[in-house]
Design a protein around this ligand. Sequence first.
Ligand code: NDP
Ligand code: OXD
Length: 312
Amino acid sequence: MSTLLLVVPSHWTGVWTGPLAEIGPQLNVRVHGRDEYDADDIDYVLTFRPPHGVLKSLSHLKVTFSLGAGVDGILADPEYPRQVPLVRFVDRTLSREMAQYCVMHVLIHYRMQRFFDRAQAERAWRQALLPKRAQDTRVGILGLGEIGTLTAERLRDLHFTVAGWSRNRRNVSGVESFAGENELSTFLARTDILICLLPLTPDTREILNADLFAQLPADAFVINVARGGHLVEPDLMAAIDSGHLSGAALDVFHTEPLPEGSPLWSHPKITVTPHIAAISEPRVAAQYVADGIARFERGEALENVVDPARGY
Ligand code: NDP
Ligand code: OXD
């Protein structure tokens, strides 16, 4: 029988052990920090942000499964055994929820909903006009992968003018593709609403900084739904406070949970949500892991394997 080690914060344990038990009796599940286990007996790991060094000690580890789409929390461990295949969670429902989050914030901004919220609070009938048509509003998506592509398609279908930026050129119907460092400035200059859907890697860390914001047109709006490590938070606040950017919606932060004292909480032009744009559904993820293990044990190629050198 194979053994899977669950390495998650203790308050997540209950959420994951039930669905993993339902995978079937052929998988022995041990919980790091709760159960005794012999490191040599562990075949598989399911984790998100493991404590550094834990995975290195598992001498017979065959596959690591990430319970999220992003694997930065696993690769952040300098002792992570890079020869072990790392499979990330790719799920259409998760991608759809991410796209919904982005579409919601694009629409709240584009439809001036915050303005009407304030008017309602004052009982004021303010029939302001939208400044532009959707087709004249240019959305730019950093990262045109699983989630970025779906988000681009959803926004295109709402008649926004959509472009994406990725390492390689992408072919998404009705979406302009920009690729590589050389095309980043042109992409930014045509972007009224910027959405970050990049993986966090050494190349993308702190990409949302003062220099990038300066390349966006005046009044641009920023949505960061990828990782807090992409954003230099003081640079964002400075760009908004100077009047260059019109605001931001943030789901992810440099420090999570966002500290009570963070000025982001109360900034009038910033919307904060607690990393909930999409949450992996434990039942679906457990089945995904079971399918991956079965595939691996049949000798078939694993799907959605991360390239540790690339970082995603
Ligand atoms: P993918 O791996 O499918 O897509 C990544 C995209 O980023 C690709 O288009 C890739 O380019 C591009 N990219 C990577 N590095 C660079 C670079 N240096 N320059 C330009 N483009 C680059 O990822 P997903 O779409 O599945 O997920 C994206 C991220 O969303 C996750 O890594 C995670 O951090 C975040 N996330 C956040 C959640 C939340 O609740 N807030 C939930 C789920 C995910 P190319 O196509 O050329 O390879
Ligand atoms: C993920 C996340 O990467 O929830 O899936 O952040």
